[in-house]
Design a protein around this ligand. Structure first.
Ligand code: PMP
Length: 375
């Protein structure tokens, strides 16, 4: 029997057994609400949430107090864009982003445009990267925020976040980066990126549960976080920045996934690189010059390959592959529309419709790629 090889890990990942185990405890006996209670059930839940915060902080090189739990990267992105836009509207109404961002940035920017904000959508190069100099050029006196992804979800290309964040710091402009696809795959030490004001990430892209993510918010030397208007008002959880009863089991699962991702960062990276190389080799052997790699060879998230199968419609191909390989044409969040990312790198609509993304997990064995020989 052929088992299906799951190559859609940029869309979501399986939950690791250790993560599931930890979560189960907080779905069963430890069901307490961590907010402001004195009995053991609540205290245990509170301690578990704080331990998870430490693990996520540790993965990012951030202080625990700088981690705000959310329902995922979509919420983190919405929180920053809308929250900064509203809070600093009397300072300026200009935001800079790129043409290759995730829909949870692009659509918020369009929404803000309707509300009277001016948005600059920077062009990207053939691999989806922003030229840092373009960010510098785009600043004006009204610029309040720059939001540029760290690594692209469709192509895996990494941006020069060091340079871009430094330019923002020099200009005294907040900088947000969507790091959803890079956390757990790229070494992130936010101590070394003082220009990053905000960062979004999500548990389900690193073998944790769906429905939980984090927003990193930079603190000053006194532990005071950058101010913004919260998206959710209510019970005042997360230092009044994100109200709502804690999803303790999800947060605990996120913490465990982050702990493991940190511990295995370098071995996971190596495995992903090996898988990518081997898959490339097998694909070239099989398809020769009938395929073109849309993703770059270097300076990318290991384990994301975007490939154009010349003359073959991606939906037909993906359907045909489905009994042996589970993959997608790109972002799960916009699967009905042709990818705006691939259009932004200059591909024609026809070329976009011939492109497929294979995204790997470090828990795949090299031998499992033999399935490519069956294509
Ligand atoms: N940003 C990027 C780059 C993503 O890949 C995704 C998930 N596709 C998101 C944001 C949204 O994350 P979530 O599913 O946690 O809302």
């Amino acid at each position: 029997m052929i088992t299906i090889l799951y190559l859609d890990n940029s869309a979501t990942t399986s939950i690791l057994p250790e993560v599931r185990e930890k979560m189960l405890t907080f779905l069963t006996e430890e069901f307490g609400n961590p907010s402001g209670k004195f009995y053991d059930l609540a205290i245990h839940a509170k301690e578990a949430v704080e331990a998870a915060r430490d693990h996520v902080g540790n993965l990012l090189g951030a202080k625990s107090l700088e981690i705000i739990f959310t329902s995922g990267a979509t919420e983190s992105n919405n929180t920053v864009l809308k929250g900064v836009a509203e809070h600093y509207s009397n300072k300026g109404k200009h935001i800079i982003t790129s043409k290759a961002e995730h829909p949870s940035i692009m659509d918020v920017c369009e929404y803000l445009e309707d509300k009277g904000y001016e948005i600059t959508y920077l062009d990207v190069d053939q691999f989806g990267r922003v030229n840092p100099e373009d960010v510098k050029q785009a600043f004006n006196d009204n610029t309040i925020l720059v939001s540029i992804f760290w690594g692209n979800n469709e192509l895996g290309s990494l941006n020069d976040i060091k340079k871009i964040s430094q330019f923002c710091k020099d200009r005294n402009v907040f900088f947000h980066t969507d790091a959803t696809q890079v956390t757990g795959k790229v070494d992130i030490d936010l101590e070394e990126y003082q220009g990053i004001s905000f960062l979004s990430c999500s548990a389900h892209k690193m073998h944790g549960p769906k429905g939980v993510g984090a927003l990193f918010v930079r603190s000053d030397e006194y532990g005071k976080l950058i101010e913004f208007t919260p998206l959710l008002h209510g019970g005042g959880q997360e230092r009044e920045l994100r109200s709502g009863t804690y999803s303790v089991h999800n947060i605990v699962g996120f913490g465990e996934a982050a702990r493991i991702a940190k511990e295995q960062l370098s071995s996971n990276r190596e495995q992903l690189k090996e898988l990518e190389e081997k898959a490339k080799e097998l694909l070239i052997e099989k398809f020769n010059d009938h395929i073109i790699f849309n993703s770059d060879d270097n300076n990318k998230i290991p384990g994301i390959l975007n490939i154009r199968f010349k003359g073959i419609n991606n939906q037909i191909l993906l359907k045909k592959l489905a009994p042996v390989i589970a993959a997608s044409s790109g972002s799960a969040c916009s699967s009905t529309k042709p990818s705006h990312v691939l259009q932004a790198i200059g591909l024609s609509l026809q070329e976009v419709r011939e492109s497929v993304r294979f995204s790997f997990s470090p828990y795949i064995e090299i031998d499992e790629l033999d399935v490519f020989k069956l294509l």
